[in-house]
Design a protein around this ligand. Structure first.
Ligand SMILES: C[S@@+](CC[C@H](N)C(=O)[O-])C[C@H]1O[C@@H](n2cnc3c(N)ncnc32)[C@H](O)[C@@H]1O
Length: 275
C-alpha cells in the first residue's frame, strides 16, 4: 500500500503530493527522505503512515541529508519502537548500523557488486581510505579472497560499527580497522596492491596519499562527483590533472555509480600507477 494514501486530509494536499513515493528499507527500519522543509514539519504524521503501510517495519526514520566530513545523517526516529539500530543485509553482507547516526547509500549497490565480482582482489592487499562502517571493504572481504584489507575511518561512531561488522561477517582474519585519519593510517601500513577512495567532494586532495601507498602496477579507485555531461575523457583529465609530481598513472576505467542530484553523477575513475 502507498503510505501517501493514508495522509489524505492529514497533511496539506500540496505537501502530500510532493512526498517521496519510495521509502528505503534498511533491515527492519524504514527511512523516508523529507528534503522539503514543509514536509519535515509533518514528519511524525508521515512516519505513522509509513509504519502502517509498510509491512515488517519496526520504526521509521525521517531523513534530511548528510553533513560534514563525517557524512553524518540529519534525521530522527519519528514513529515506531526503540532506536534505529538494525542489521541490513545487502549482497550477502551484514551491515549493522543506525541510519540516524551513520550514512548508508543504497545507490552504491552497483559498485559494491562490481567489487564483489572482481578477481583483482584475490590474494591482494587493499587499503580502504574512507571505510565508514565497511561499505566497500566488506563486499571485498566477504566475496573475494584478499590477503588483507586495511580500513581507515575517522568517525568514532562509524568505526565502532565497522569493528562490529567485521565480527558479524566473520572476516576478522583479513580486515584490519584503524580509527583515525587515513593520512596517518597510511604511515602505519605497508604498500598495497589496491587503494579504494570511497569519498566524495574532496577525494582528489588525498590522491598523493593513495599514490604513495599503492605499489607500482597497483590500482587506485577514485570516487568523485562530476558534471553528468562530462565524457570519459574530460572526467579522466580532471583526475590526471590532480596527480602530484613524481607519479605517473594511466586511467584504465571510468564508470558511473549513481546519479547525484540534478546534472551530477558519482563516478569511479580507476588508475594504475606506472611510476
Ligand atoms: C561517504 S562515507 C563512505 C561512503 C561509502 N563509500 C559508501 O559506499 O556508502 C566516507 C567516510 O569517510 C570518513 N572520512 C572522512 N575523512 C576521512 C579521513 N581523512 N580519514 C579517514 N576517514 C575519513 C567519514 O567519516 C565517512 O565515514
Amino acid at each position: 500500500m502507498d503510505y501517501r494514501e493514508l495522509l489524505e486530509g492529514v497533511v496539506p494536499e500540496g505537501v502530500r503530493r510532493r512526498l517521496p513515493r519510495r521509502v528505503l528499507r534498511l533491515g527492519d527500519v524504514a527511512v523516508v527522505r523529507l528534503y522539503d522543509g514543509e514536509a519535515w514539519r509533518y514528519r511524525r504524521e508521515v512516519g505513522e503512515a509509513v509504519l502502517e503501510a509498510v509491512p515488517g517495519v519496526r520504526c521509521v526514520v525521517a531523513w534530511r541529508g548528510i553533513s560534514g566530513v563525517f557524512r553524518e545523517p540529519v534525521g530522527e526516529v519519528v514513529a515506531g519502537e526503540g532506536d534505529a539500530e538494525t542489521v541490513h543485509v545487502e549482497l550477502g553482507v551484514r551491515y549493522k548500523l543506525d541510519p540516524t547516526r551513520v550514512m548508508f547509500a543504497k545507490g552504491n549497490l552497483r559498485e559494491k557488486r562490481r567489487l564483489a565480482e572482481r578477481g583483482l582482489f584475490d590474494g591482494a592487499s587493499v587499503f580502504d581510505m574512507f571505510a565508514g562502517i565497511g561499505y566497500l571493504s566488506l563486499p571485498v572481504a566477504v566475496h573475494r579472497d584478499p590477503e588483507v584489507v586495511y580500513c581507515a575511518e575517522l568517525n568514532p561512531v562509524a568505526y565502532r560499527y565497522l569493528v562490529e561488522n567485521v565480527r558479524l561477517n566473520d572476516v576478522g582474519d583479513v580486515v584490519v580497522p584503524f580509527l583515525g585519519d587515513c593520512r596517518e593510517v597510511a604511515g602505519l601500513i605497508p604498500e598495497v596492491d589496491v587503494v579504494i577512495m570511497g569519498y566524495l567532494k574532496g577525494t582528489l586532495d588525498f590522491l598523493d596519499v593513495a599514490l604513495s601507498k599503492v605499489r607500482v602496477g597497483g590500482r587506485v579507485m577514485v570516487h568523485e562527483v562530476f558534471p553528468a555531461d562530462w565524457d570519459e575523457g574530460r572526467t579522466a583529465g580532471e583526475v590526471l590533472g590532480a596527480v602530484p609530481g613524481g607519479f605517473e598513472v594511466e586511467v584504465v576505467d571510468v564508470r558511473d555509480v549513481k546519479s547525484y542530484g540534478p546534472g551530477l553523477v558519482h563516478r569511479v575513475v580507476e588508475l594504475v600507477r606506472l611510476k
